[in-house]
Design a protein around this ligand. Sequence first.
Ligand code: TRP
Length: 328
Amino acid sequence: MADKKRILSGMRPTGPLHLGNLHGALANWIRMQEEYDCFFFIADWHALTSGYEETGRITDYVKKMMIDWLSVGLSPEKSTLFVQSHIKEHAELFLLLSMITPVPWLERNPTYKEQIVQMSNKDLSTFGFLGYPVLQAADIIIYKANGVPVGIDQVPHVEITREIARRFNYLYGHVFPEPEAILTKTSKVLGWDRRKMSKSYDNAIYLSDSPEVIREKVSKFITDPDRKRRKDPGNPDICNVFDFHKLYSPEEMIQAVDHQCRHAEIGCVEDKKQMAENLIASLEPIREKRRYYEERPREVADIIITGGNKAREVARQTLEEVRAAIRI
Ligand code: TRP
């Protein structure tokens, strides 16, 4: 264990996970747990930074997110899976790091500037929202993580984390390695409207969707917009259904559909139906695992407690080193 590189990443519990999350972040995490010492956590304190007014659903989302994770194959045997707010040491390190973090570093953060504009319906002029990257830095360096798999939007946060770690080491002596961002390739699945699949666009297929819901959603997929009638030839290269075929259908079908669509030998309705069945079949192992964990809430609770205990032990040791370095 000791010589394996340590990987850490987190997700905010803001709702159910969808196929975009599966083919983006989660697929990456699942692969990494075979090779690295992985820590994955649900960032419920981070959910408060912009959602402090509506807190009623956070605990429910936390439980559901853990079930989403387990259902796709994140494994409590291979990785340390936990919930941020269960490890109070994150808050102590956040406080100590806040003492040494210059405010201009936070004000310059591009994600901060963007979100203030984008979420103009919320009052984000809070200390906690400005300090988001300091909390994130604490999350990462408390486990002395070497690598942080994240999407492109999170890279500035990992950069600030490195700067904070460097500043701490300079002021108090070397405690923290500087973590590196490991960029997650963006997922190839798009929403039915061919925009990026996202909760906020209301265009997502969720891991928890039933076969009926999936059929219904697929029936609304945008296909080649120039193919107006059944007898018009289509272009699979710009068709959302075809992109899904490439992920979920056997090779013979992909080739057949490619040909049939271009020669108007298959209609979009029929094509959507066969793709939906392949998608549903591919997701069946995930649904089966979900059923298992949904029927066993005690087992899920135990996984969260055990992961928390493992994480806390590491965090506690780091805090001892931190207090000694600061002499407090
Ligand atoms: N900010 C991340 C996001 O919104 C979530 C997060 C919190 C995180 N702490 C982290 C990610 C530490 C990686 C490492 O997606």
